[in-house]
Design a protein around this ligand. Structure first.
Ligand SMILES: Nc1ncnc2c1ncn2[C@@H]1O[C@H](COP(=O)(O)OP(=O)(O)OP(=O)(O)O)[C@@H](O)[C@H]1O
Ligand SMILES: [Mg+2]
Length: 270
């Protein structure tokens, strides 16, 4: 364990929005190759944590280091080169509606400076195969089902070969069968590209499939951190209660607060 490289280190993170304190001294560390699920009630700051890690939101206090480098000390060029190693699949998918699927997937490659059209086309085709969507290149996002759009969003994130992938609610709003398929795909992708990932989810089946480490976020801190079994047997009543409730009623916690995260996401996603 001490051998593995730390990709993300968050120390003493504080973040408030006006009077609302969302992060209250949160600490979190993620090593290369780990696949962690972040769980917690709606509105506890799971999406905010991802956005702080990827740099869409600035901490009020505390330090975020990526690949061992405190981001506050980096210049714009260094920061951008680290950000290129990260990909995020947003809660709402956030595809560009005016672009075809092909253009959506090509976009991150072009942004990363790839100009060879054949190379782009090969990557686009391969990533669409990874998510079982070969042949939809010329369609627009509006012509696809919700589950297909999520898979295109997944493929787009993968197009840029990120070392660290952040998934915000990859299965929310999908039927159980489609959710299972997406969870399996994320699992297969983690195996295939040996990615390090953080998955925020309310879907315990998804969390089980894609992560062997679970963190429970509450009160602006990580209240529990361990294997799924350790969390189910946690001494902390809130953690045990949450997991029990959500096992019985998977819809728990997935409604309130959704607007808030949708709203903040929408400005930055496209
Ligand atoms: N940019 C922002 N401006 C104001 N308030 C914000 C902003 N971003 C997040 N919040 C607030 O911070 C809190 C945490 O939001 P966040 O989206 O992280 O919750 P979440 O845990 O992801 O919830 P959900 O499970 O519903 O997606 C919410 O109360 C939200 O309203
Ligand atoms: Mg959220």
């Amino acid at each position: 364990m001490s051998e593995s490289k730390i990709l993300v280190e968050v120390k003493g993170l504080h973040k408030s929005f006006g009077p609302l304190k969302v992060m209250d001294g949160l600490d979190f560390t993620l090593s290369q190759g780990e696949n962690v699920a972040i769980l917690g009630q709606s509105g506890t700051g799971k999406s905010v944590l991802l956005k702080v890690i990827i740099g869409l939101l600035d901490p009020d206090e505390g330090e975020v280091s990526l690949w061992g480098r405190p981001i506050a000390e980096l210049d714009e060029v260094e920061l951008n080169s680290l950000r290129r190693k990260m990909g995020m699949v947003f809660q709402s998918g956030a595809l560009f509606d005016s672009m075809t699927v092909y253009e959506n997937l090509a976009f991150p490659l072009v942004e990363n400076g790839v100009t060879d059209e054949e190379a782009i086309s090969a990557v686009v085709r391969e990533r669409l195969e990874w998510v079982n969507l070969a042949g939809v290149e010329d369609q627009f996002p509006s012509e696809l089902s919700g589950g297909m759009r999520k898979r295109v969003a997944l493929a787009r994130t993968l197009a840029a070969d990120p070392e660290l992938i952040l998934y915000d609610e990859p299965t929310t709003g999908l039927d159980p069968l489609t959710s299972r398929k997406i969870s399996s795909m994320i699992h297969d992708i983690d195996q295939r590209v040996k990615s390090t990932s953080i998955v925020v989810t309310h879907d315990l089946a998804c969390a089980r499939k894609v992560a062997d480490r679970w963190c429970y976020l509450s009160g602006g801190k990580i209240l529990a951190d361990g294997t799924p079994d350790e969390l189910f047997e946690s001494d902390n009543q809130e953690v045990r209660g949450f997991l029990r409730d959500i096992s019985v009623n998977p819809a728990t916690g997935s409604q309130a607060g959704q607007d808030a995260s949708g709203t903040i996401s929408s400005g930055k996603e496209s």
